[in-house]
Ligand binder design. Sequence first.
Ligand code: NAP
Length: 244
Amino acid sequence: MAPRTILVTGAGTGIGAATARRVAAGNSLILHCNNSKDEALELQEELRQQCVDVIVVSADLMTETGCRALVEEVRGRFSALDALVNNAGGMIERRSVAELTWEHLADSFALNTLSAMRVTALCVELLRGGNNPCVVNVTSIAMRHGAPSATAYGAAKAALDSFTRGAANELAPDIRVNAVAPGMIDTSFHDRVTPAEKMAKFVENTPLKRVGTVQEIARVVEFLLDNEFITGETIDCNGGLSMR
Ligand SMILES: NC(=O)c1ccc[n+]([C@@H]2O[C@H](COP(=O)([O-])OP(=O)(O)OC[C@H]3O[C@@H](n4cnc5c(N)ncnc54)[C@H](OP(=O)(O)O)[C@@H]3O)[C@@H](O)[C@H]2O)c1
């Protein structure tokens, strides 16, 4: 396969870093980060031998300026993009419905929906120039089963899931757009927002009786990037915690 140019957002940590590692060999990578620049630079060092080219770009994707700065940097360095993995995101904090403020909702949607939609929009022309171009959005199990205390996060991910299908339809046949919806995955995501007892409860309710690994999600992303006949699809990877 010809070398690909792949942009992974939130690549300094967790699922993004695992995805970058998974797809690095023989390809060019843009490792996007926001606060985790040191981690992203370490990853760049680690992957230098395997990659044709690997660069780090930091940007706050909750802002229009940040989204533009990221894509400008990509455009300045590469003439086309073969893959975009919209992985950056997260839960601002757990809140009950009665505690949902305008600011909390705006932040939740900026981080999990607007960032990915805007970066995708800005990358369309670069992707059109790519080979078997594909976008993969990282959504969440939270959009599937009405998670209490995570309604803003779940709704924001559901919006991204809906965008996945709309964009897949509109951008076909040139660009495929898919999503992966992770279940409970062992990353620092949960350090802030999921106490140990809550995590144990999730595991108890999961048919496969464990949390998932970042590598398991990265393998799904790789599959979606490679398969040329899947578009508008969301693959759930959650140990059976939510079945459809
Ligand atoms: N872990 C899970 O159980 C789970 C389940 C379902 C879905 N997910 C989704 O999987 C994705 C990756 O999460 P993770 O579990 O790997 O946790 P993570 O390590 O906390 O990754 C989140 C990433 O988002 C980036 N990010 C956060 N705020 C940002 C901002 N304002 N601008 C740009 N980037 C920003 C972070 O970049 P910096 O560190 O550089 O700031 C970080 O790399 C997220 O979209 C999350 O919602 C995770």
